[in-house]
Design a binder for this molecule. Structure first.
Ligand code: 26A
Length: 355
């Protein structure tokens, strides 16, 4: 089998999801915002046992970059995608690996010895919002040494597209820099997801270290706004934030940077640092940033929004790796994001639908 062309790196997590009818109670009990992604603090730690014992929960494979990897695999031929992250030697890992196997993602996990457990995310749904509260456990024990193991070194050499979940910047900037610097100097494509407002807010230093090596930056409106605040741009409008991020320093200057900002059901924005000089399949038009309306999705078709942004990003990436145009990549992203909204958790429709 040929080597995967896409490699994603992130925090492998098992999602423990509470449905919307019971969500409000847990938001209040644990002082969580309706639509947010945070690292669990001391006061949140009982939430995992609490929801398992007292709520109707669904277990679903999660971890933002792992979700995106499965979405990329959905649109690419078998064997195209691999995923790197750190897990415990436990049943949670088995569950994640089975889902990756079933959906065509090669799991190149670093496995921490017992009793370290695989990370988990409490997903509290209310209406169309989702609150993510994560305990990283094994995920934050990832070490750069894993990148030079023969299996992973081969994956990194063979791949052409690298997807980094911004969430790993809380603990893994050294590994991220190793992956992205090598990729960027070899002329390969690096995609970074901002992941959550707290990343630009509290991990700005790490973000600024990685940004020069990023060809395509993906985020949503609240992450972009958090970046603007952290970067001293106040409440600048989204097009300005996107254009500023697009034109910030780049190590591989021969290739322009794209910044993609999603806004749920509102239009997606794409800014390019150099629209006329884009590589052949990624040309934007004269409109910069360009706006892409999101097809409408009726409310009764939405089960929950957990993972929709990841599926957008992974769909975009898969389409990009198959040589599609920018417009087509955004369209595939929108389609997979919406498909995910119709499932419980970060899932797509199986058997596979054509996208
Ligand atoms: C470091 N944190 C907070 C996280 C995450 C995370 N993935 C990586 N690191 N917090 C939540 N997630 C995942 O985001 C997906 C939805 O976008 C959840 O596991 C969920 O599947």
């Amino acid at each position: 089998m040929s080597s995967p062309i896409v490699v994603a790196f992130g925090n492998p997590l098992l999602d423990i999801q509470v449905a919307a009818d019971e969500g409000q109670k847990y938001l209040e009990k644990y002082d969580l915002k309706a639509n947010d992604a945070i690292l669990a603090e001391e006061k949140h730690m009982p939430i995992y046992d609490d929801i398992v014992a007292n709520a109707k929960v669904t277990y679903v494979a999660g971890g933002a970059a792992q979700n995106a990897a499965r979405a990329a695999a959905y649109v690419l031929p078998q064997g195209s995608v691999a995923y790197i992250g750190s897990v415990g030697d436990d049943d949670l890992k088995e569950t994640l690996q089975k889902v990756n196997d079933a959906e065509g993602v090669q799991s190149a996990y670093q496995v921490q010895p017992s009793p370290t457990k695989t990370g988990a995310c409490a997903v509290i749904c209310t209406n169309h919002d989702r609150s993510l509260c994560t305990t990283l456990r094994a995920a934050e024990m990832f070490t750069p040494s894993h990148l030079s193991t023969p299996e992973v070194a081969k994956l990194l050499t063979g791949a052409k597209y690298f997807y980094i979940g911004g969430f790993v910047l809380t603990h893994g900037v050294e590994s991220v820099l190793e992956i992205t610097k090598a990729a960027s100097s070899a002329g390969k494509t690096v995609v970074l997801n901002l992941s959550a407002p707290f990343i630009p807010q509290f991990f700005k230093v790490q973000l600024e270290q990685v940004l020069p090596h990023v060809d395509i930056l993906i985020g949503n409106e609240s992450e972009a706004a958090a970046y603007a605040q952290a970067a001293g741009m106040g409440d600048s409008a989204l097009p300005q934030i996107a254009s500023t991020l697009a034109s910030s320093t780049k190590s591989n200057a021969s290739r322009p940077r794209l910044v993609i900002i999603t806004q749920g059901s509102q239009s997606t924005l794409v800014a390019s640092s150099s629209p006329s000089n884009s590589s052949s399949n990624l040309k934007t038009s004269d409109e910069n940033p360009k706006t892409y309306p999101v097809p409408s999705l009726s409310s009764d078709k939405i089960i929950d929004t957990n993972g929709a942004g990841d599926m957008f990003a992974g769909g975009f990436l898969g389409a990009l790796a198959s040589g599609k145009s920018l417009d087509e990549c955004i369209e595939v992203g929108h389609r997979l994001g919406q498909m995910c909204c119709g499932q419980i958790g970060p899932k797509l429709a199986w058997p596979k639908q054509s996208v």
